[in-house]
Design a protein. Structure first.
Length: 166
């Protein structure tokens, strides 16, 4: 009888917690997007959301939020034709009118400036048009046991590319 009462109290607390709206992250709070492969190993990107601004830096390396996004992987990855070993990396984008390029860089030292000599890869991203402008957002879609689709949205542009587990 006591076990049933404890379960009912816990269930009630969970239902109450689900009903209380959670505060949204402010523009300065980092957010982490995660994709989990079938073997439970993860790839994640931590980034700072950026409010939509029509003056997106074009044809230059851009660090949304003022610093590189952080890519962390618990498994070896294939992005484009390049292998990314287990570890942490900085990520940047280069946005042009037609397409975006993802830059993965070895330097993850906080506060350090971008250094092209540390680039591990640059790969073109597929791009499409979004129906309405959005703040900078990173997300993943789990597509197959060893396949995640990385998505970067900003303004009216949505970009994506496949990340494969090696």
């Amino acid at each position: 009888m006591h076990v049933l009462a404890v379960w009912m109290v816990l269930l009630g607390a969970l239902m109450l917690d689900a009903a209380v709206p959670k505060p949204e992250a402010s523009s300065s709070d980092p957010i982490t997007a995660v994709c989990t492969f079938q073997d439970e190993k993860e790839v994640s990107v931590t980034y700072t959301p950026v409010a939509y601004n029509k003056d997106l830096p074009r044809d230059t390396v851009w660090a949304p939020g003022g610093s590189g996004m952080i890519l962390f992987t618990q498994t070896n990855l294939i992005i484009g034709t390049s292998e990314i070993p287990i570890g942490a990396y900085s990520m940047y984008v280069i946005a042009s009118k037609k397409d975006w390029t993802l830059v993965v860089n070895r330097n993850v030292t906080a506060g350090s400036p971008y250094d092209q000599k540390q680039d591990l890869l640059r790969v073109a991203m597929e791009a499409g048009k979004l129906s309405q402008p959005t703040e900078f957002k990173v997300s993943f879609a789990h597509m197959a046991p060893k396949l995640c689709n990385l998505r970067l949205d900003y303004g009216t542009t949505g970009t994506y590319l496949d990340i494969r587990q090696k």
